[in-house]
Design a protein around this ligand. Structure first.
Ligand code: ARG
Ligand code: ZN
Length: 889
């Protein structure tokens, strides 16, 4: 148990460190029980600092020796810090020796063991769990690292940068010495010592420089590294092409580890990845997994510039690197997808993620600005807001200055700040300065409210057509609801991309009053006042406004579009995002009407006909059809309501699914037949989309069959499950059976487990599929409780814990929110149990209750009680305490 110190850290308290550490030599005698660390630092006093006391951070360390310029000195350890006073005037060598215990490190922060190897995770504050240090990102040092370990058990010894020496030692040990020429903050340090094999490839970059790329995995996993390697090669090429940024190292390594708190980590030259984001072959990984690998490999690689070459001054600036790097990985995947339609599919996917995770966060007790003002545990701020809303903020900058202007801004950013630790202001300033005439430059200070104000702004839109004058007046206004600690908000700068669609389906030319000519059929309006009007002239027919195209700002649009308007957009909008959005809103309107009304949903002909037209549409891609035909999720529906009854939402949505299954039966059959795979597996956007539509069709067909008790489609699904040539189809068929509560689901699940019992990532899918099955009479919840004692289950492995516990609590509202409160009791027990093992993971799980205040009774009172029970526990980590305290505030 790591009991908290409960000190709130505030952004306004930032002060430069009293000392700089310019270089560090680390030597590790690696042993799982007790690893000896020798740490020799070149330290320099910061002449501007107000104190001369040196305080080095440390956590769970055993300190053995402290030498200054080779002499012992007096020191004390106070609040987990090593405190030194009366130090030499300018620069000196500080040598420390300490031990730590990797095998006891179940938090997976710092140096830990996994499957018999050593791995590190230092972001945000793991380095202090390895040795005492100025563990803050504005202290950048050059690292030289020597690793010593048993040669047979740990044949591979890796650290950042270049390998400069290696060789045998006595007693069956060996060593390797690494040097990283780039000064870096401690959070980018990494080491690996393990029995691994690697796929490697030499590439010649556009710059002409040769690089060695390596992907390290366990011996049995080499056949699952091709996709990661391809993604890495594509990433290197993309960053050169799009931003002129090349790889600055001779060697770039990715290492996969099966115990990992997050997705992956961008340590300089030595990225460490959760196996989930490296390992894939057609038999074990789905299309979604392949896409995840592509984007995470890209993400970590892109950090080499946005994060490593230019890093954060302090952790409040986290979005400087994360928002920007998410934006970059999203653009990368869109560029790789290629066609406008495939790009739109990726964009829709990203927006769905934002709305599913970030919007609720921004509306709940953990709402915080993209650049937070304070924290108790920084690990709690690796959030959807910092990452995904942060990415939207960067995207809005690009929208305001244009693609080329944004690339110029990036160039200026690196010209100014390469090698520095900087702030979000520095980034925004560079983009604006490179585009002096732009709306961003004119309104930069106001634009930066996106960094300082939390909450999702609401934009209301009202259009008025004047048939006589041929004008169309669009009134836009904005307001942002209060969030914790911020009751009043100032207006944001909101780019609103729009088009006007004629009732005859034609895009209309967009000319504002006062302009001499139309500026095309799509343009970006900038809403920066509380309310503004835009008047278009020469509008020959009454238009339907298509607003916020491509989701041009992270806001909630409140317009007055009728069903007929939405049907027009669904059929004719030139913007695929808004076309999809129109379909979602048609579904949402029906769902919400039933939920707020008598709970009965009767599907109307207009909606069914529109969906039929989408399925049968000759020109739309399968991937896009699948997105339109997937109903909004239960938690997204919940976000639209003032008071939430999760059981009612589930019942109404299930009823809509069932009606769609029946009403479009012929279409599902048709779609299932004509989109079958031809030939071998490839995770490209076109075949991915076809498989997704086939799986969706099969799910609807099984659902319809279950209701009518006809075994044909479940039988076909079982057959498909057995014979599938790839994991996407196999899991699709299996989940169709599970989702329809078919009798064949149990034998199929059993068979699936038997086939893949040795593939950890597939076993995770097996748990997750059961935890997210549509609830029916409490069966799913009961099954999850049973699975907790399955021999393959463990809370110690984060992926496994997430596959069952997180999946239930976050992704299965109807199974989790029970009138008997059993779900909340389960949650409280798991949070406490996990907190003793891994506080970061426990705190993530704790957030399943973020939106408790929105719940109807009896859920609400029961939820509060469960949170209070956790909060009342004496020895909580800072991580969990921060979450439950905010939830109860
Ligand atoms: N920088 C990593 C990434 O987004 C995330 C590491 C976060 N780790 C943590 N313990 N909070 O690529
Ligand atoms: Zn990142």
């Amino acid at each position: 148990m790591r009991e908290g110190t409960a000190t709130v850290i505030r952004r306004e308290d930032y002060a430069a460190p009293a000392y700089w550490i310019r270089s560090v030599e680390l030597t590790f005698d690696l042993d799982p029980v007790k690893t000896l660390v020798t740490n020799r630092m070149q330290v320099e006093r910061n002449p501007h600092a107000t104190t001369q006391t040196l305080r080095l951070d440390g956590e769970d360390l055993n300190l053995l020796r402290v030498l200054v310029n080779g002499e012992s000195v007096s020191f004390r350890v106070e609040n987990q810090q090593l405190v030194l006073e009366n130090l030499p005037a300018e620069s000196f060598t500080l040598e420390l020796r300490n031990t730590c215990s990797p095998e006891k490190n179940t938090q997976l922060s710092g140096l830990y063991t996994s499957s018999g190897g050593f791995f590190t995770q230092c972001e945000a504050q793991g380095f202090r769990r390895i040795t005492y240090f100025l563990d803050r990102p504005d202290v950048m040092a050059v690292y030289t690292v020597t690793l010593k370990a048993d040669r047979a058990k740990y044949p591979v010894l890796l650290s950042n940068g270049n390998l400069v020496e290696q060789g045998p030692l006595d007693n069956g040990k060996h060593y390797a010495k690494w040097h990283d020429p780039f000064p870096k903050p401690s959070y980018l340090f990494a080491l690996v010592a393990a029995k691994l094999v690697c796929r490697e490839q030499k590439i010649r970059a556009a710059s002409g420089r040769e690089h060695l790329l390596q992907v390290y995995v366990r011996a049995g996993d080499l056949d699952k590294t091709e996709h990661a390697m391809h993604s890495l090669i594509a990433s290197v090429a993309w960053d050169e092409r799009r931003f002129g940024l090349s790889l600055d190292l001779d060697r770039f390594m990715i290492v996969a580890v099966s115990d990992f708190n997050m997705g992956a980590m961008e340590n300089k030259g030595l990225n460490i990845f959760n196996t989930k984001y490296v390992l894939a072959n057609p038999a074990t990984a789905t299309d979604v997994d392949h896409a995840g690998i592509e984007s995470v490999v890209g993400h970590e690689y892109f950090h080499n510039w946005t994060g490593n070459r230019v890093t954060c001054r302090d952790w409040f600036q986290l979005s400087l690197k994360e928002g920007l790097t998410v934006f970059r990985d999203q653009e990368f995947s869109q560029d790789l997808a290629g066609t406008p339609s495939a790009r739109a599919v990726k964009r829709i996917d990203d927006v769905r993620t934002l709305r599913q995770h970030q919007f609720p966060e921004d509306a709940g007790p953990m709402a915080h600005p993209v650049r937070p003002d304070s924290y108790l545990a920084i690990d709690n701020f690796y959030t959807a807001t910092v990452y995904d809303k942060g990415a939207e903020v960067v995207r809005m900058m690009q929208t305001l200055v244009g693609r080329d202007g944004f690339a110029r801004g990036m160039t200026l950013y690196f010209e100014r700040h390469d090698g520095q630790a900087v702030t979000c202001d520095d980034f925004a300033q560079a983009i604006a300065d490179a585009n002096p005439g732009s709306a961003l430059a004119h309104k930069l200070e106001q634009f930066k409210r996106w960094y300082s104000q939390a909450g999702t702004p609401r934009v209301a839109a009202r259009g008025l057509y004047n048939a006589e004058m041929r004008t169309y007046t669009l009134e836009l206004s904005q307001h942002c609801p209060p969030t914790p600690g911020q009751s009043e908000k100032q207006p944001f700068v909101i780019p609103v991309a729009l088009g006007l669609v004629g009732r005859n389906a034609q895009p209309l030319p967009l000319q504002l009053v006062g302009e001499n000519a139309p500026a095309g059929t799509e343009r970006v309006l900038v809403l920066s006042e509380a309310a503004q009007r835009f008047e278009f002239t020469g509008i020959e027919v009454e238009p339907v406004p298509s607003l916020l195209r491509g989701f041009s700002a992270p806001v909630i649009l409140e317009d007055t579009l009728s069903d007929a308007d939405l049907l027009t957009l669904l059929a004719h909008d030139a913007d695929p995002f808004n076309r999809w959005e129109a379909g979602q809103r048609l579904a949402l309107n029906r769902l919400l009407a039933a939920i707020k009304g008598d709970g009965v949903l009767q599907l109307d002909g207009a909606y069914v006909d529109a969906m039929r037209a989408v399925i049968r549409h000759p020109a739309l891609d399968a991937a896009f059809k699948e997105l339109v035909l997937t109903l909004p999720g239960e938690s997204y529906i919940a976000e639209q309501l003032e008071e939430v009854d999760p059981q009612r939402i589930h019942a109404v949505r299930e009823s809509m699914r069932l009606q769609l299954a029946h009403a479009l039966h012929a279409e599902w059959e048709w779609a299932y037949e004509v989109h079958q795979d031809q030939g071998g597996y490839s995770p490209d956007p076109v075949s991915t989309g076809r498989r997704a539509l086939v799986s969706l069709s099969l799910a609807y067909l099984c659902l319809a069959a279950a209701e009518k008790q006809v075994p044909l489609w479940p039988g076909k699904a079982y057959q498909r499950f057995k014979d599938a040539g790839n994991m996407t189809d196999r899991l699709g068929a299996l989940s169709a059976l599970v989702g329809a509560h078919s009798e064949l689901a149990a034998p199929a699940l059993e068979r699936f487990h038997a086939m893949f019992r040795d593939e950890a990532l597939v076993v995770d899918k097996w748990f997750a599929l059961q935890a997210t099955a549509p609830e029916k009479g409490g069966r799913v919840f009961a099954r999850v409780k049973t699975l907790m004692s399955h021999p393959d289950f463990s809370l110690r492995n984060p992926n496994r814990a997430r596959s069952l516990v997180t999946a239930l609590c976050f992704s299965n509202p109807a199974a989790f929110h029970r009138t008997d409160a059993a779900g909340y009791v389960f949650w409280a027990e798991r949070v406490l149990e996990l907190d003793a093992i891994n506080p970061q993971l426990a705190a993530r799980l704790a957030r399943a209750m973020d939106r408790w205040k929105q719940l109807a009774e009896p859920y609400r009172s029961a939820a509060r009680e469960a949170i209070a029970r956790v909060a009342a526990k004496g020895e909580l980590s800072d991580d969990v305490r921060e979450i439950v305290t905010r939830a109860l505030a």
